[in-house]
Design a protein around this ligand. Structure first.
Ligand code: KG4
Ligand code: ZN
Length: 329
């Protein structure tokens, strides 16, 4: 059994976690920075990087203390090395490198998207490769055939905005502040999903790609028209995103050779998204898996778990200490 320390700092959540190879989360902590960014209506990279510097060392101390461990008890240190806001990524990766060097432990430089992609296997031990993954976060919207650790086939991506970005922009239009996803979901619960006519971009296209920019503009026009109640706009917007997810994922199911459908990333915390994709999986005889909400949004347990998976996948001795922080990966 090995214990991995995970560090996450690629966007506006600072997080640390200890996870072992038996899927036990020994301790974890996430500090969101929404209050620091909400006055600006979105994440300010410079503020995020400075906040990670302030918060991360204490979180590392806290997770070690909560698990009654010292850094010497840890077998490896997994840190997000990208993609993300590069200032923040540097803070987490450099912290990981410093700890690895000081404690004489291997460093595992984790791709944040791989963290999301493998996170369902932390929560669901029965989930085997290969599976079809809808990865919908603030920065990405992709359909991936996950064949194994480090073995991914991308079937689709967004040609403009990410799904979470669309939620955040719709929230801004509705005056709901940042982050938008949870606020839109809450307001949508009180509205009618068919009240506002909104487009379903890409539906009918033979390739399973996504597009959300047109939907964003349509929400903007609906709000500006003053004809609709905010809760109806929220509900109709959410339904449009769900309809796109279901239609696009259906095409991908036909193209992929998998037994399970999995949803991950921040937008997978949305109950309507979860229910609709579960139904789609059932219609195609696929098993369905979605991590609990806290594991969908950014956290360090998924980074530690990606470290576990890579550690366990062969003769992995660790990544070099000069591994760069990457904005794009
Ligand atoms: O995965 P994540 O925490 O960070 C990134 O890697 O981007 O995803 C954050 C995104 C944000 O855009 C947020 O608005 C969205 O996920 N989100 C949601 C919900 N919770 C978070 N979108 C819809 N419904 C939610 N309940
Ligand atoms: Zn993320």
């Amino acid at each position: 059994m090995a214990i991995i320390l995970g560090l996450e700092s690629s966007c506006d959540d600072t997080a640390a976690a200890l996870v072992d190879t038996d899927r036990q989360i020994l301790s974890q902590a996430v500090v969101g920075q929404a209050d620091r960014h909400s006055p600006y209506g979105g994440v300010v990279p410079e503020i995020a990087a400075r906040a990670h510097v302030e918060i991360l060392p204490d979180l590392v101390r806290q997770v070690l203390e909560d698990a009654e461990m010292e850094i010497g008890d840890i077998d490896a240190i997994a840190a997000t090395a990208g993609p993300g806001l590069v200032g923040g990524v540097m803070v987490g990766l450099l912290t990981g490198k410093g700890l690895a060097l000081a404690a004489g432990k291997p460093l595992i430089a984790v791709n944040h998207l791989e963290g999301h992609a493998l996170s369902p296997r932390l929560a669901d031990p029965s989930l085997d490769f290969p599976y079809l993954l809808l990865l919908a976060s603030g920065g990405h919207c992709q359909l991936l055939e996950v064949r194994g650790v480090g073995d991914y086939r991308r079937l689709a991506t967004t040609i403009d905005d990410a799904a979470g970005e669309a939620f955040d922009k719709a929230a801004k239009q509705l005056g709901l502040g940042y982050p938008g996803g949870p606020a839109v979901e809450k307001l949508a619960a009180e509205g009618c999903p068919t009240a506002v006519p909104l487009p379903r971009p890409m539906i009918g296209s033979g390739e399973p790609h996504f597009s959300f920019a047109g939907l964003k503009s349509a929400v903007q026009r609906a709000v500006a028209s003053g004809q609709f109640e905010p809760e109806d706009v929220a509900a109709s917007f959410q339904q449009a995103v769900i309809d796109c997810f279901v239609d696009r994922t259906r095409i991908a199911i036909e193209q992929a050779d998998v037994k399970s459908l999995v949803v991950a990333g921040g937008v997978a915390a949305n109950q309507g998204v979860r229910r609709s994709l579960e139904k789609l999986a059932g219609q195609h005889g696929l098993a369905f898996s979605v991590p609990p909400g806290w594991l969908c949004t950014d956290n360090a347990a998924m980074i530690a778990w990606a470290g576990v998976e890579r550690f366990a996948s062969g003769e992995f001795a660790g990544d070099p200490l000069d591994t760069p922080a990457r904005a794009r990966w």
